[in-house]
Design a protein around this ligand. Structure first.
Ligand SMILES: Nc1ncnc2c1ncn2[C@@H]1O[C@H](COP(=O)(O)OP(=O)(O)OP(=O)(O)O)[C@@H](O)[C@H]1O
Ligand SMILES: [Mg+2]
Length: 418
């Protein structure tokens, strides 16, 4: 947007003459951003935030400027704070309020009062809401996991008659657990596509890291968003973060207990009253999960997602090489060499092989497709990322398996790792 430089100059003079006028300075920051002077805009908004950290207008300008400067972490932090402070934010990029309009609360009490009287944010700035174009067909191999998902989730959904008869069979959520990079998130996304539902992914530590007090509000905003966008698959990643933090805070953790209880209430509500919100969670550390979350009616079904078997590895490799220029290659050989690797490791191998072929093409000045040698080199360069997880998990499977939750893992470990 073009801004008359003389207006900016006049405002700068006014700010210099009236150092304490925050509203004026925020207004200037907005104009600087409009003029593309993001560094100056950020400095000006930052100056205000130092003295008044809850100035929503300053936060919004700072978010915009930081984003334009490519500092997305910082931009997100400002934006989230702005949303938390002013939940009824209709348009994040709205024009600045009139200077002196009194839209910024002056005291902490006023601020807290607003939280309780205002509506939840229309779309919380936590997690992402998407409509996945993929389905379970895009998930390579993993036949066992697919079968389990089908039995415990998809079949009852496809069959409303059965569902009505068995009534509560769909109550509660499903927990996907297992080593990192083996496709938990990937499968959850595919499941949303399969259900033709929106996919709403929320990292739980995101919520918990926000300051106490707004956590509860954010949680209910999340469930509200899911309900409003139903059918929706609500996916909580890192669900162990909740139990983890609670035990760390035992004794002094009343705030965290509030969050846990709120979570349980929302969960019970979402899964009991709302047919079209499906709740899924994932964890790499199921042993850290708060046991309250695993009770019947909550995450009472668990599906272990293990490193892909040989056929699955071949399918995953094929998927990740699809559409790329490639010579006829022997993926069976690569699959045989990559036992114990995760889907993410395999995706990395394909990326590395692609890079090699690209480099060769650039050097040659003509397209050189991916070859078996590229893939073999990439395999040699890639280490499995699952081993250390297996070492930890082994202890739980062998010595902490009172409930039988780790039976499947114990079988797997006995078969593959001694
Ligand atoms: N069955 C699969 N088919 C195709 N690609 C897969 C499969 N499993 C994993 N991948 C690939 O591996 C990547 C990592 O998988 P994903 O992010 O789902 O793992 P995760 O289990 O959620 O890991 P984390 O515990 O670290 O969150 C995916 O983006 C995808 O590229
Ligand atoms: Mg994941």
């Amino acid at each position: 947007m073009s801004v008359d430089p003389s207006v900016i100059a006049a405002l700068e003079a006014a700010v210099a003459a009236d150092q304490g006028n925050n509203a004026l300075r925020v207004h200037l920051a907005g104009l600087l951003a409009d003029a593309g002077r993001y560094d100056d805009a950020l400095a000006s908004a930052g100056f205000v935030l130092q003295r008044q950290p809850d100035d929503v207008d300053a936060l919004l300008v700072a978010a915009r400027a930081a984003g334009a400067l490519g500092d997305h972490d910082r931009a997100n932090a400002y934006q989230r704070l702005a949303v938390a402070l002013q939940p009824v934010l209709q348009e994040p990029q709205r024009p600045l309020a009139n200077p002196g309009s009194g839209s910024v609360p002056d005291t902490a009490d006023e601020l807290l009062g607003r939280w309780h009287t205002t509506q939840a944010a229309p779309e919380p700035e936590i997690g992402a809401l998407t409509v996945p174009g993929m389905t379970l067909d895009d998930v390579g191999g993993m036949l066992d996991v697919k079968r389990r998902l089908d039995l415990s989730f998809l079949a009852p959904l496809r069959n409303p008659g059965l569902r009505a008869q068995f009534g509560k069979s769909l109550r509660g959520g499903l927990l996907l657990w297992g080593p990192p990079g083996c496709g938990k998130t990937y499968i959850a996304r595919a499941l949303a596509g399969e259900l033709r539902a929106s996919f709403y992914e929320v990292g739980l530590s995101d919520i918990l890291d926000m300051w106490v007090g707004s956590s509860e509000r954010n949680l209910s905003a999340i469930f509200d968003t899911a309900r409003r966008n139903s059918p929706c698959l609500l996916f909580f990643d890192e669900i162990d973060a909740l139990g983890h933090k609670r035990s760390q805070l035992r004794g002094g953790g009343s705030a965290m207990r509030g969050v846990v209880n709120q979570f349980l209430t929302e969960l019970d509500g979402a899964t009991n009253d709302n047919d079209d919100v499906f709740v899924l969670a994932a964890s790499n550390h199921p042993w850290d999960i708060d046991p309250a979350l695993l009770r019947p009616g909550r995450f009472d079904r668990a599906v272990l997602v293990l490193p892909p078997e040989r056929e699955a590895r071949e399918a995953i490799l094929e998927l990740h090489l699809r559409g790329k220029p490639i010579e006829p290659v022997n993926l069976d050989q690569i699959a045989a060499m990559t036992a114990g690797m995760s889907g993410a490791d395999l995706a990395l191998i394909c990326d590395h092989a692609t890079e090699r072929a690209m480099q060769a093409s650039m050097q040659a000045g003509t397209l050189r497709p991916i070859t078996q040698a590229d893939l073999l080199d990439a395999v040699a360069d890639t280490a499995t990322s699952v081993r250390s997880w297996m070492e930890t998990a082994r202890n739980y499977a062998l010595f902490g398996n009172a409930t039988g939750m780790y039976d499947e893992l114990a079988t797997y470990i006995k078969k593959h790792h001694r």
